[in-house]
Design a protein around this ligand. Structure first.
Ligand code: NAI
Length: 342
C-alpha cells in the first residue's frame, strides 16, 4: 500500500472537452545539440511545458534514444528525433523557437574564446539551415563563445536576407540565475524575490551584474559588491573546475535555457509582461551587440530597457567601460569569421 501511494496518480481520462489540458496556443520547439550535456536536461524541461505541441530533437549522434525516452513522459508535446545533416532541414520545418546548445564545452584552463574555432563553424552551419527553413523563428544561441557566435548568426542571416534582429538572442539567462542565487544567499533573502539585471556579454569581465539595480534593493558594502561581481563572472569556471575535465555547466544551464524558452513562448502566446536579460543587437551603448533587460513580445524584442544603465555606481561604471574593448573584439571576430566564410 505504501508503494502504491508513492506512485503518481493515473490521469483522469478525457472523453469530453472539460478535461482537456490543451493550452490555447501551442508551439513547435527545436533543440539542436539535443543529445549533449545541456541538450538532454533542456529537452526534458521543455517536454514539461504545456505551451509546446512538438519537440524536435536534433544532433549528429545519439538523439534517437533521448527522444524515445522522453516520448514516454505523459505531457502534451510530441517528440521527434532527427540525426545528422541530412535530417536537419526536416527538423526545422514550421518551428517557432530554435535553441542551439550544439558544440564543445570548456575544460579546465580554457576560456570561452578557446572554443571559437570549433563552435563558430557549427553555429554557422546550423543557422544557415534555420535561415532556409524557419527564418521567422526565435533563435536562442547557447553555444560559446556567445559574444562571437551571436554576431556570426546575425551575419549568416543577413547573407541569407532574412535577418530580424528582434528574433536573435544570445542566452545569458544563466548569469542572471547565478546572480540571483548568490545575492539571495549573501543577504539571506527569499530567492523567489531577488532579481539582478546582468548586462554586457557572456564571458569573464564582459559579464556585468548590476548589483545596485537588484530588486528588492539590497545594501552591499563595496567589498561585498566586488566579491559578488567576481563570483558571478567566474561562476562558469567554478563549475568547469569542479567537473575537472568532464565539461561545463549543463544542469543549471538547462534550467536557465528552459526559463528563456518558456518566457519566449509566453510572449508568443500574447503575455504582455515578459522581461528577460539577453544578448541582442542593441543601441544601448556604442557596441552593436549588448546584453540587457529586454521586453519580449510576439515579434521578439519589443523594447530594450535602458533605465538599468542610468545611475550606476562608480564601480559598475568602471566595469562597464572596461568590458567594452573585449566585447567589441569578440563581436568583430565573429563578424570577420562569417564574412570570410560567406
Ligand atoms: P556537450 O559536448 O555535452 O554537448 C554538445 C552536443 O552538441 C553533443 O551532443 C554533440 O554531438 C552536439 N553537436 C556537435 N556538433 C554538432 C552539430 N554540428 N550539429 C548538432 N549538434 C552538434 O556540450 P554541452 O555541455 O552541452 O555544451 C554545449 C555548448 O553550450 C558549449 O559550447 C558550451 O560552452 C555552451 N554553454 C553555454 C552556456 C551559456 O550560458 N550560454 C553555459 C554553459 C555552456
Amino acid at each position: 500500500a505504501l508503494r502504491e501511494s508513492c506512485l503518481p496518480k493515473a490521469q483522469k481520462q478525457s472523453h469530453g472537452s472539460e478535461y482537456r489540458l490543451q493550452p490555447p496556443e501551442s508551439y513547435k520547439v527545436a533543440i539542436l545539440g539535443a543529445a549533449g550535456g545541456i541538450g538532454q536536461p533542456l529537452s526534458l524541461l521543455v517536454k514539461m511545458s504545456p505551451l509546446v505541441s512538438a519537440l524536435h530533437l536534433y544532433d549528429i549522434a545519439n538523439v534517437k534514444g533521448v527522444a524515445a525516452d522522453l516520448s514516454h513522459c505523459n505531457t502534451p508535446s510530441k517528440v521527434l528525433d532527427f540525426t545528422g545533416a541530412s535530417e536537419l532541414a526536416d527538423c526545422l520545418v514550421g518551428v517557432d523557437v530554435v535553441v542551439i546548445p550544439a558544440g564543445v564545452p570548456r575544460k579546465p584552463g580554457m576560456t570561452r574564446d578557446d572554443l571559437f574555432n570549433i563552435n563558430a563553424n557549427i553555429v554557422k552551419n546550423l543557422v544557415e539551415a534555420v535561415a532556409d527553413k524557419c527564418p521567422d523563428a526565435f533563435i536562442h544561441i547557447i553555444s560559446n563563445p556567445v559574444n562571437s557566435t551571436v554576431p556570426i548568426a546575425a551575419e549568416v542571416l543577413k547573407q541569407k536576407g532574412v535577418y530580424d534582429p528582434k528574433k536573435l538572442f544570445g542566452v545569458t539567462t544563466l548569469d542572471v540565475v547565478r546572480a540571483n542565487t548568490f545575492v539571495a544567499e549573501k543577504k539571506n533573502l527569499r530567492l523567489i524575490d531577488v532579481d539582478v539585471p546582468v548586462v554586457g556579454g557572456h564571458a569573464g569581465i564582459t559579464i556585468l551584474p548590476l548589483l545596485s539595480k537588484t530588486k528588492p534593493s539590497v545594501s552591499l558594502t563595496d567589498e561585498e559588491a566586488q566579491e559578488l561581481m567576481v563570483r558571478i563572472q567566474n561562476a562558469g569556471t567554478e563549475v568547469v573546475e569542479a567537473k575537472a575535465g568532464a565539461g561545463s555547466a549543463t544542469l543549471s544551464m538547462a534550467y536557465a535555457a528552459a526559463r528563456f524558452v518558456e518566457s519566449s513562448l509566453r510572449a508568443l502566446d500574447g503575455d504582455s509582461d515578459v522581461y528577460e536579460c539577453a544578448y541582442v543587437q542593441s543601441e544601448l551603448t556604442e557596441l552593436p551587440f549588448f546584453s540587457s533587460r529586454i521586453k519580449l513580445g510576439k515579434r521578439g524584442v519589443e523594447a530594450v530597457i535602458s533605465s538599468d544603465l542610468h545611475g550606476l555606481t562608480e564601480y559598475e561604471q568602471k566595469a562597464l567601460e572596461a568590458l567594452k574593448p573585449e566585447l567589441q573584439a569578440s563581436i568583430e571576430k565573429g563578424i570577420a569569421f562569417a564574412q570570410k566564410h560567406a
